[in-house]
Design a protein around this ligand. Structure first.
Ligand SMILES: Cc1ncc(COP(=O)(O)O)c(C=O)c1O
Length: 298
């Protein structure tokens, strides 16, 4: 049908099966007489869509019970502000600079507290990852931020750092915008992970935040209510109107991924695709981790 080969970093290609299903359900979802985008977010139909999506994502990413999954808005860039508003408690935060996205995170966090550089690969033009053993993390650190995959500079953590092994009790914050669901996550090393859905898991408009429960409930007084993780969590991500249609489509992608038999097969499909992209392309955006969505075409 003349579909393009779409290697955009995001919004990116969707599984065709999901697009077909959404098209067939467009005017009348499961006999409700409504499109999903016409439903009340408080009605039983949408609540069932939301709960299924959350459960499927929890299963796909093996998210432990003591983590909350929040469906938010504003994208990765908004989280650069929302994370310090919720986790900094007015103290200091440490950033590992591995490319332009972590640089942006550092700059934004500086508006809400003391944002420090724990390590930087800038002298190497962001072609390397500083070894965790060399990171300078303050004893008073409220959290340590990394970008799991630097979409522009093309540098990716293949293994998350073990902060505890470095003698650091601060939680690790991971921007997983461009490689979420392309590999398993070791949640024992993570305090919070965030990312927009649009690269790997669905349409733009949905931001995923997966956060350890004990980190919730410490927002700064001037944190906007709609961005206070406690209010969002206590209201099942419906303190304000959530991005209902994006959640629905992402939910279909989660179901499609479950049918595809989960992470290991994607990983091999996606890593061979990634090496193809990085070997043959000079366009920086192509150095991104290829997503489960693009694996649909692999
Ligand atoms: C690693 C990373 N973080 C953050 C962002 C910004 O995300 P958003 O456009 O959802 O705000 C991007 C977007 O490309 C990204 O690749």
């Amino acid at each position: 049908m003349g579909r393009a080969f779409n290697f955009s970093a995001g919004p990116a290609v969707m599984p065709e099966a999901v697009l077909h299903q959404a098209a067939s359900e467009m005017l009348n979802w499961h006999g409700s007489g409504m499109s999903v985008m016409e439903m009340s977010h408080r009605g039983k139909e949408f609540i069932s869509i939301y709960e299924q999506a959350e459960a499927d994502l929890r299963e796909l990413l093996a998210v432990p019970a003591h983590f909350k999954i929040l469906f938010m808005q504003g994208g990765g860039l908004a989280e650069n502000a929302i994370v310090p508003l919720n986790l900094s408690q007015g103290g200091a935060m440490d950033f590992v600079l591995t490319g332009s996205w972590s640089q942006k995170s550092l700059k934004e966090a500086g508006k809400y507290g003391t944002a420090r550089v724990a390590a930087t690969a800038q002298p190497d033009d962001f072609t390397t990852l500083p070894s965790p053993a060399t990171w300078q993390i303050g004893a008073d650190s409220r959290y340590v931020h990394i970008c799991g995959n630097e979409t522009i500079h093309g540098v990716e953590f293949h293994e998350l750092p073990d902060l505890k092994a470095l003698g650091c009790d601060a939680p690790l914050v991971v921007d997983f915008s461009s490689h979420v669901a392309s590999r398993p996550v070791d949640w024992s090393r993570v305090g919070l992970a965030f990312g927009g859905a649009q690269k790997n898991l669905g349409p733009a408009g949905l931001t995923l935040v997966i956060v350890r429960e004990d980190l919730i409930g410490h927002a700064l007084p001037h944190c906007p209510s709609a961005f206070d993780y406690k209010l969002v969590a206590d209201n099942q991500s419906m303190y304000n109107t959530p991005p209902t249609y994006s959640i629905y489509i992402a939910g279909l992608v989660f179901q499609w991924l479950k049918k595809m038999a989960a992470l290991p097969p994607w990983s091999s499909a996606t890593s061979s695709r990634r090496s193809c992209c990085t070997t043959f392309s000079t366009a920086p955006a192509c150095s991104k981790t290829v997503s489960p969505k693009t694996a649909a075409r692999a």
